[in-house]
Design a protein around this ligand. Sequence first.
Ligand code: ADP
Ligand code: MG
Length: 218
Amino acid sequence: MILRISGLAKHYGTMPVFKNVHLDVKPGEFVAIVGESGVGKSTLLNCMAGLDNWDSGTVELAGQNLGTLSDDGRALLRRESVGFVFQAFHVLPHLDVAQNVALPLLLLGRHAPDRVSAMLQAVGLGDLGARLPQQLSGGQLQRVAIARALVHQPALILADEPTGNLDPGTAAKVMEALVHQSRKHGSALVLVTHSLAATEQANRVLHLRSEGMTDARG
Ligand SMILES: Nc1ncnc2c1ncn2[C@@H]1O[C@H](COP(=O)(O)OP(=O)(O)O)[C@@H](O)[C@H]1O
Ligand SMILES: [Mg+2]
């Protein structure tokens, strides 16, 4: 398993967010997570990456128990094994498109300009490497984020409502790029989404509720 979550529970102060969350994700698998706003989907994704802490239960990422790792240990594992795509793109405004995509490689001490161009080509941005983010549309920015999430060939992609800020036509194209590229790289994909079209392509669709996570297809 690339990801194993067992009996996970989390609250903020006295307010419970979720409990009893179990999830195993196999290498290359595509799992979609749905659920009402505020139920804790983003919090759960952050726990998967060791960006947030939980109260009980375990998270194992790429065979390592995140609960036993220091912050630095978690950061190193995340750099190596995880790619993120957020709703709000999170591209760095002062770096050009190619530099944004190269960032995960830079953090790993790898220099692979060919890999950066290949990723830009793969998401349809082959000619835009020298542009600054402010010169791009929302759909193009999210494709930059997808290229950046995959450039270092992580075993796990975490995507949090990645098409939430896009119009339906653009959203469909961006989702296609995300799913296709994850498959091509053999990366597992955990996708939080409201899009029915996106869940149709998933191997499994899970529904997060305050009392736990269940199979949404019944
Ligand atoms: N840092 C925080 N401090 C306190 N409460 C938070 C914090 N982050 C999120 N919450 C609360 O936790 C719940 C789950 O939030 P979130 O994970 O963003 O839900 P979702 O992504 O499903 O909409 C919400 O009720 C939210 O208000
Ligand atoms: Mg959210």
